[in-house]
Structure formats: structure tokens, C-alpha cells
Design a protein around this ligand. Structure first.
Ligand code: ADP
Ligand code: MG
Length: 254
């Protein structure tokens, strides 16, 4: 068993009076590939956004590498972090969304080097060298100077993955990265994600691609109405679900 990378305990999240996460407990070890599945509205995106501190939960804690997110330990107590430190913690986590969110007026290269230069203060020359290596990795070296409008959805999503990797994250979160793509473009994005998984990256992936979950994940988590209803090895959760809601969901996706 590898070292714990993400530990979530007792997470409860409300939007107004609506509770959208109920007592979430989840352990993700270094190098784990965890696929999060579940019906629309079950809280998958909210959970990812809590991990990335785009949302703050009312109760519970998330630790990454043993560090409580949004908090620091001071004199044996937990104290809320100021925003600037939250930004620093968040930089260790890469996130890829359903919509690629590339800057439209920047080329692929410029999209990738922007945050390393602005946030990490990396020299432009070094940021560019690394960006070119990342473009190679996602198979888009020939699109270095292309603008998003000149790229297919699958290519844009691969640039978005390269852009997230440019910050050298410890963990990658994916929120339905292929859901907005035409079917013929899904495979190229999953191929990049698979090779990232093979490189040892810790990944938490919201997806309806159950084939990907079965082949690549070492844990599948089924969420329903804000709770984790079932979790375990892919074969168990996908092929022998114990929960009737998991069963219904899987047959609705297949
Ligand atoms: P999923 O990603 O599984 O589809 P979400 O995490 O997006 O689910 O949403 C979970 C629930 O929280 C839904 O009922 C949704 O309407 C609600 N919700 C999500 N974001 C907000 C928000 N910013 N304000 C109010 N309600 C929200
Ligand atoms: Mg969602």
C-alpha cells in the first residue's frame, strides 16, 4: 500500500439549506487512479471542487500529503489559512474540466506557459522548454502555435491536460473530461489520461467511461445523492455491485 495522498474525513457540504455532500470519507493513495461515477446531481463535481478548494465544506477535512487543505496547524490547533496560502496549496492540484476553458486569444504554447510564469515565477525560456515537452507528451507538438479555435475539442482537451501538468501537480482531478467531446474524439483524450496514469500520477476522475474505469482505475467510487453508496475494486463495483442504485446506474450508462 502506497502512502496516503488524499484523505477525506466527514465532509459535509451545503448550498444554502440543501446538503449536497453527506459525510464523505475517502482514501486515495499515491499513484491511485480513482474513478468517481454516479448520476447527475449526486455531488461529484462538488466533491472535486472541495478537494481543489474551489468550494469550502461546512464540516470535515481534506488532507493532501498529510497537510489539511485550507487550514494549518498552529499550537496544536487548526487555523484557517489566508487566501494566498490557499492559492499555494491549490497549485499542487491540477484540474481538467468538461469544458476546456483555454484562453481563446492564446496559442497552445501560451496557454501552457501562462500559469508557470505568472504563478510560479518560472523564467519564460524554462517554461517554454517544459511546455514543448508536454505538448510532445500529449501528441500535439505540431500544434504549438495553434489557437484553440484551430483545434478540435479533443486537441483542446489535450492542451488543457498539458496546461494542468505544467504546474507540476501532485494530484490531477478530472471532471468529466470527455463528456463534451464528439464520440470519435474521446479515445485520444483517454489515451493521454491512461499514459498519465501509467506514469504514476495520482488521479481522481469523474467519468461515465466505464471501460476506462475498468481498465485504468484501481478503485471505483459510486456516489448517489451526495453520499458514497459503494466503493471498491472496479470489477467488484462495476460487475458485481452490492447496492441496487449502483446496479441501476451502471445499466443506465452501458
Ligand atoms: P454532479 O457533478 O454529480 O452532477 P454537482 O456536484 O454538480 O453534481 O451538484 C450536486 C448538487 O449541488 C446538485 O443538486 C446541484 O444542483 C447542487 N449545486 C451544485 N453547485 C451549486 C451551487 N453553486 N449553488 C447551489 N447548488 C449547487
Ligand atoms: Mg458534475
Amino acid at each position: 500500500m502506497n502512502a496516503p495522498k488524499i484523505v477525506i474525513r466527514g465532509l459535509n457540504k451545503y448550498f444554502g439549506s440543501l446538503q449536497v455532500l453527506h459525510n464523505i470519507n475517502l482514501d486515495i493513495a499515491e499513484g491511485d487512479i480513482v474513478c468517481l461515477i454516479g448520476p447527475s446531481g449526486s455531488g461529484k463535481s462538488t466533491l472535486l471542487r472541495c478537494v481543489n478548494q474551489l468550494e469550502r465544506a461546512e464540516d470535515g477535512l481534506i488532507w493532501i500529503d498529510g497537510v489539511p487543505q485550507g487550514w494549518k496547524e498552529k499550537a496544536g490547533r487548526l487555523v484557517e489559512l489566508p487566501t494566498v496560502d490557499v492559492v499555494r496549496q491549490r497549485a499542487k492540484i491540477g484540474m481538467v474540466f468538461q469544458r476546456f476553458n483555454l484562453f481563446p486569444h492564446f496559442t497552445a504554447l501560451e496557454n501552457i506557459i501562462e500559469a508557470p510564469i505568472r504563478v510560479k515565477k518560472i523564467a519564460r525560456r524554462d517554461a517554454e522548454a517544459r511546455a514543448l515537452a508536454l505538448l510532445d507528451k500529449v501528441g500535439l507538438r505540431d500544434k504549438t502555435h495553434a489557437y484553440p479555435s484551430q483545434l478540435s475539442g479533443g486537441q483542446q482537451q489535450r492542451v488543457a491536460i498539458a496546461r494542468a501538468l505544467a504546474m507540476e501537480p501532485d494530484v490531477m482531478l478530472f471532471d468529466e473530461p470527455t463528456s463534451a467531446l464528439d464520440p470519435e474524439l474521446v479515445a485520444e483524450v483517454l489515451t493521454v489520461m491512461r499514459s498519465l496514469a501509467e506514469s504514476g500520477m495520482t488521479m481522481l476522475v469523474v467519468t461515465h467511461e466505464l471501460g476506462f474505469a475498468r481498465e485504468v482505475a484501481n478503485k471505483v467510487v459510486f456516489m448517489d445523492k451526495g453520499s458514497i453508496a459503494e466503493q471498491g475494486e472496479p470489477e467488484a463495483v462495476l460487475f458485481a455491485p452490492r447496492n441496487s442504485r449502483t446496479k441501476d446506474f451502471i445499466s443506465s450508462v452501458l
